[in-house]
Structures are given as structure tokens and as C-alpha cells.
Design a protein around this ligand. Structure first.
Ligand SMILES: C[S@@+](CC[C@H](N)C(=O)[O-])C[C@H]1O[C@@H](n2cnc3c(N)ncnc32)[C@H](O)[C@@H]1O
Length: 269
């Protein structure tokens, strides 16, 4: 198991990524151009909880959870550059979050039953083995602890690009069982870094959580905001967006099927 390529690539991409997105420090974000936690109410009250964010990136969600009254927040990521950004950001807004470097598939730096809540947004598709991540999250949670994770919806991974490009030849085989290698490009279409990811099937997500010892409490498939809403809503209600013009084929496709799936699960120990 090695996620080295993604680690190096996130180090290369971090500056561009953080400049290219506007990510709220007042609302927990799920998918781009979609509603956040204030609108969806999935995580709920975090006051007094010990929280871990897995794949925290620039730390924005960790910072929001700390502001909302968590007892402690740890943000975990394998990219040192992302963590550097997160540390600077937390310091600049005077919020106390501990940021640690680890691969999410082996979080042995943290002890068993340490957290009441684990959240993870848009990191799971980078994992080479999602079951290892779920097992680690189960181990790290206390009795009755909760795990809320948001990742690419399997339906999006099959039809999203075809719909955006109006090209049926871009439909992807749901049963593909391979790691995908792809480039993140800048505004000129030049590659910044090469990533690998896996399009987890619904059964792998749901059964993986059950195998790790979770009881699924809810599945959420948020519809993205419309073009009109995007032009009028304040940043706090749309906590994740591009700093340049929205990519409207994405926005329009997200009116027809969900970009992300969010699962809320409770550990049964
Ligand atoms: C798309 S970013 C999302 C960041 C943050 N969760 C957010 O929503 O703003 C994905 C993050 O996952 C991290 N990541 C990818 N693979 C990882 C792994 N195996 N272990 C830990 N972090 C990982 C990357 O370094 C990156 O910061």
C-alpha cells in the first residue's frame, strides 16, 4: 500500500488549490456549489466533542468545527504542504486545531477510542483501500462515536463527465475495478500534478462501513445550487466554490444527479 504519488501531488497542487477555491470558515462544506452543514444539519451539535478530520486539506472544516464549540479538533492529512497551509490559516483566525501528518489508511500515530466524531470530506476517493480507512476510523472512535463522510457519488463517476461534455462515449463502466490516473490542470489546461483515485461502488462504501462495525444512520445526496442561487447566495450558505467563474456544466449536471454522497454512521461496539 502506498499513496506516495498522491502525497507528492498534493504537495505540488496545494498553493494552486487553495488559491483557486473559496472555502468558508463559517460553515462546514460538503460538495462544491452545494449546501453546507448549516443547511443540511447532518453533523449537528459539536459542542464538547473530540473531533478528528481525516484528509483535512487546508483545515477549513476543522477550523469551523473548533469555532462551533468542539472540545478538541485534530486535522489529519498526508500532505505537508496542505498541513502548512492549515496551520497558518488556523493561526491567522486564532483557532486552536492540532494538525498531524499521517496516511489515512494507517493512523497508528493516534490511539484507540480517542474521538467522539470523525468527519472526512472528499478524501476517500484518493484512498487505495477504503476498507482500511473505515477500519481505522472505527478503531479511533469511542463507543457510540459517529463518522460522517462525503465522497464522489458513484452515479456521478459513471455519468458526470459524459453529461458535462454532452458526450455519451464518456460514460464510465460502473464495474471497473481499477485505480484511475489523471492530471489536475491549471486554467490553461496544463498539468500541475498527477493523481490516482478509485471510484468506490455503493456496495463497497455501505458494506465497508458495516464490516468495520458501523451502523448507517443516514445517506444524503444533496442537489447542488442552481445558477441563479450561485449568483445570489452568500459565501456562508455555499461554503465551497471556485474563486473564478463557476464551471456551469458541473452546476447544471448537479441539478440532475448528485455529485456527492454523504454517509452518517455510528460505531457499534
Ligand atoms: C480534495 S482535498 C479535500 C480537503 C478537505 N477535506 C476539504 O474538503 O477541503 C483531499 C485531501 O485528502 C488528502 N489525502 C489524500 N490521500 C490521503 C491519504 N492517503 N491520507 C491522508 N490524506 C490524504 C490530500 O492530501 C488532500 O489534502
Amino acid at each position: 500500500m502506498s499513496n506516495k504519488r498522491n502525497e507528492e501531488s498534493w504537495n505540488k497542487l496545494s498553493d494552486h488549490y487553495q488559491a483557486a477555491q473559496i472555502i468558508s470558515l463559517e460553515n462546514v462544506h460538503y460538495n462544491p456549489y452545494g449546501p453546507g452543514e448549516r443547511e443540511l444539519g447532518i453533523i449537528g451539535d459539536v459542542k464538547g466533542l473530540d473531533i478528528l478530520e481525516v484528509g483535512c486539506g487546508g483545515g477549513q472544516n476543522s477550523i469551523v468545527l473548533a469555532k462551533w464549540g468542539a472540545k478538541s479538533v485534530v486535522g489529519l492529512d498526508q500532505s505537508e504542504k496542505q498541513l502548512e497551509y492549515a496551520r497558518r490559516l488556523a493561526e491567522s483566525v486564532n483557532v486552536d486545531v492540532q494538525f498531524v501528518k499521517s496516511d489515512m489508511e494507517d493512523i497508528s500515530i493516534l490511539g484507540d477510542a480517542t474521538f467522539d466524531l470523525i468527519v472526512s470530506m472528499h478524501a476517500m476517493n484518493y484512498a487505495s483501500d477504503i476498507q482500511s480507512v473505515f477500519n481505522e476510523c472505527a478503531r479511533l472512535l469511542r463507543v457510540d462515536g459517529r463518522f460522517v463522510t462525503c465522497m464522489n457519488h458513484p452515479i456521478w463517476l459513471v455519468f458526470g463527465e459524459a453529461m458535462e461534455m454532452n458526450d455519451l462515449s464518456k460514460i464510465v463502466n460502473y464495474f471497473r475495478n481499477e485505480r484511475e490516473i489523471w492530471d489536475w490542470t491549471d486554467y490553461n489546461g496544463d498539468s500541475i500534478a498527477t493523481f490516482e483515485s478509485t471510484g468506490w461502488r455503493l456496495a463497497q462504501i455501505i458494506n465497508g462501513l458495516i464490516i468495520a462495525g458501523f451502523r448507517i444512520e443516514g445517506i444524503f445526496e444533496p442537489k447542488g445550487y442552481t445558477r441563479e442561487e450561485i449568483e445570489t447566495l452568500p459565501t456562508e450558505s455555499m461554503p465551497y466554490r471556485e474563486s473564478k467563474d463557476p464551471y456551469y456544466p458541473f452546476v447544471d449536471t448537479n441539478q440532475i444527479f448528485p455529485n456527492s454522497i454523504i454517509v452518517s454512521a455510528r460505531i457499534e461496539k
